[in-house]
Design a binder for this molecule. Structure first.
Ligand code: FE2
Length: 335
């Protein structure tokens, strides 16, 4: 078993939450409980459902603090039955965790909700059935994403998340040493040469919007999580190449590193219901929206929280190469 021993129990002086610190494959993780809600892990290494919280209400600072700790530990947290939560409430909840971005650097927002990205897959949107971390092509990718289920097909349309910290810990030492030294160029520009299939016109139109401004950013392949201090692989679908390597070398090494992220032990799969909310730590996860529901409608809406500039294990920060994302991270715009 991976969780070997409970080492320490103590009570938080701030909120009296009981927190146990466990050893997990040689790295520390915090296994927390809250007096405000139940935490029900969904899989062994990532994902927990929070039971007993109505996100449409004005939650206390203590509850928000406990939700944040649960997020950092479990990487993705789920709330069922949030039928009272609307787009405004979703934005208000997101704001409890930091500044909120605009909907997307290039894709328009939901009408009259500049912070909400409307993903109506029954209509025009290209489906996100590739492993990725959200918006890593900018120098300050989101801290986290909050997704609310509005229309869900009766069968299919699950989402899978992967824990990029345990993926890093799974690497053999030699590969870990390699990853520690690598930097990757992330971009929203599509690699059309790599796409061997014809693209329908509506998907092509969406891609044109998606790439209307091209961004490129150099990120460390291993980043330090700013809250937990954990090391995690920071790669995914927007990686185009590794600095100093050829495109062939880059794709081979990316495939190898990604195989550790996506191994099933590092994942959790969520069967959506209308009214569900998923909140993931975008600094420590990748996700994949399974495209197995044909032409059935599926509509979800996303709000993202402004993140920080990733930092490598030797303290170097990511650098923007192309594109100015300050409008996306609106809090950074000076009046
Ligand atoms: Fe995504």
């Amino acid at each position: 078993m991976y969780r070997r021993h409970a080492i320490l129990l103590y009570k938080s002086s701030v909120n009296q939450s009981v927190i146990s610190i466990l050893v997990n494959k040689g790295s520390w993780c915090i296994d927390m409980a809250s007096k405000h809600f139940d935490i029900q892990p969904v899989a062994g290494r990532i994902g927990a459902e929070i039971v007993g919280v109505d996100l449409s209400t004005n939650l206390s600072d203590d509850i928000i603090s406990d939700i944040r700790k649960t997020l950092v530990q479990y990487k993705v947290i789920f709330f069922r039955g949030q039928h009272q939560l609307d787009a405004d409430g979703q934005v208000a909840f997101a704001r409890r965790f930091g500044e909120v971005t605009t909907a997307h650097p290039t894709v328009p927002s939901l009408a009259e909700h500049p912070e909400v990205l409307d993903l109506d897959y029954g209509r025009t949107v290209a489906r996100a059935n590739n492993w990725h971390t959200d918006v890593t092509f900018v120098d300050r990718p989101p801290l986290g994403s909050i997704l609310r289920a509005i229309v869900i097909p009766p069968i299919g349309g699950d989402t899978v998340w992967a824990n990029s910290v345990t993926a890093y810990e799974d690497l053999p030492a030699h590969l870990r040493n390699l990853a520690d030294q690598l930097w990757a160029v992330h971009s929203n520009a599509y690699d059309y040469a790599a796409a061997a299939v014809d693209v329908p016109e509506n998907i092509r139109a969406y891609r044109d919007v998606f790439t209307s401004t091209v961004y490129e950013t150099l990120h460390p392949v291993v980043r330090i999580h700013p809250e937990s201090g954990e090391r995690g692989l920071f790669i995914g679908g927007f990686v185009r190449r590794f600095k100093g390597l050829s495109s062939t070398e880059s794709s081979d090494i990316l495939r190898l590193l990604q195989s550790y992220v996506t191994r099933l032990e590092n994942t959790v799969r969520w069967r959506w219901q209308v009214g569900d909310v998923a909140f993931w730590d975008n600094r420590a996860t990748q996700h994949y929206a399974i495209d197995d529901y044909g032409n059935q409608p599926r509509r979800v809406q996303r709000v993202t929280i402004v993140g920080d500039v990733p930092v490598s294990i030797d303290g170097k920060r990511s650098e923007a190469i192309k594109g100015d994302s300050s409008n996306y991270n609106r809090s950074l715009v000076t009046a």
